[in-house]
Design a binder for this molecule. Sequence first.
Ligand code: NIG
Ligand code: FE
Length: 412
Amino acid sequence: MTTIIINIKELLQVRETSISKVSGADMAVLPTIKNAFLVIEDNIIADFGSMENLPEINAETIIDATGKMVLPSWCDSHTHIVYAGNREQEFVDRINGMTYEEIANRGGGILNSAKKLNETTEEEIYDQSKARLEEVMRLGTGAVEIKSGYGLTFDGELKMLRVIQRLSQNYPITIKATFLGAHAFPLEYAANHKGYIDSIINEMLPEIAKNKLANFIDVFCETGYFTVDETQQIMEAGIHFGLKPKIHVNQFNSIGGIQAGIKYNALSVDHLEVMKPEDIEALKNTETMPVALPSCSYFLSIPYTPAREMIAAGLPLALATDYNPGSTPSGNMNFVVATACIKMKMTPEEAINAATINGAYAMGISDTHGSITIGKKANLIITKPIPSYYQLPYAFASNLIDAVLIEGEIFE
Ligand code: NIG
Ligand code: FE
């Protein structure tokens, strides 16, 4: 099955040779081809180039992209798409003056979502979650990481991971699953942290590994949640079961989570709203991808990740949504890219690199996703006719997507 896209006004994120990530000053460069074609064979990018070199091919499908841009789909490396219900009331409570921390301290927040999740059937959670997954696919996301972490019980965590597995079996989008049992301490373990951590390590992890339900392990390393020592203990146990760490750090406080993540060779450290100079220093010359979540900063009115300082220090940066009911009820990567430009002063080139190839790296899939490279998956966004790709962040609330291809097929 061959598809050809012709007359592409500009083909973005073209990488002739496969790269795994871009860092520092290289992030400012977004290689493109103007007036381009792209060939898809068996769901894979088979060829691309300038229209003047268009080869003679018999294609079953021809897509005319006159005036339109084509780019690789967004790679959203941090989400909590599987959850039950919503937290609208907490949103209104925050408008009326309560803080995220105060809401959590009264038993709301993550524990509120955990209560809802444990009271909801697996079928109902699947139905609610698939609607969100379909929504983000239509918004141009072609690969997504999804975390557990709203169960906080053996049954609840396993239920979430089975829902993620079922989504991954039923949809063409690439899904990576992360076990986040260490998202918060359930009320009954408030005075017995060791008891809950024992349950994560000795009960949940072996069952998850046995059933191959997760690729990664995550911990919310934060004051009032998991300490650095607890985080290290859980990462170590995860690694023992073959799960690479990808952790929540520095959302509200800088307490050494980044250094702990690096010590355990975490694939990514995510959030990073509060960064000390030594945190930036620690990330230099490591394999750990820093991930910023600007729509979380937007929704909670907390600081934005200091992208300029990090890029100036030569670091890479990835962008993700954090789609979840409490801190970011949005999975729109287009908004994330725009917000990174508007609020974090990333250039459009940097933001697109961060949301494609670096996002792919933060899920361990940059050899198959995140750029226009022969042999990678044909997960593509075709924009509406636009004057230049600057429009993507500039027209920040417009939907500029005309079509989305996943595994070479248009997703309607
Ligand atoms: O990434 N920070 C921890 N976890 C989520 C939010 C959890 C919630 O409020 O439900 C986050 O922002
Ligand atoms: Fe998160």
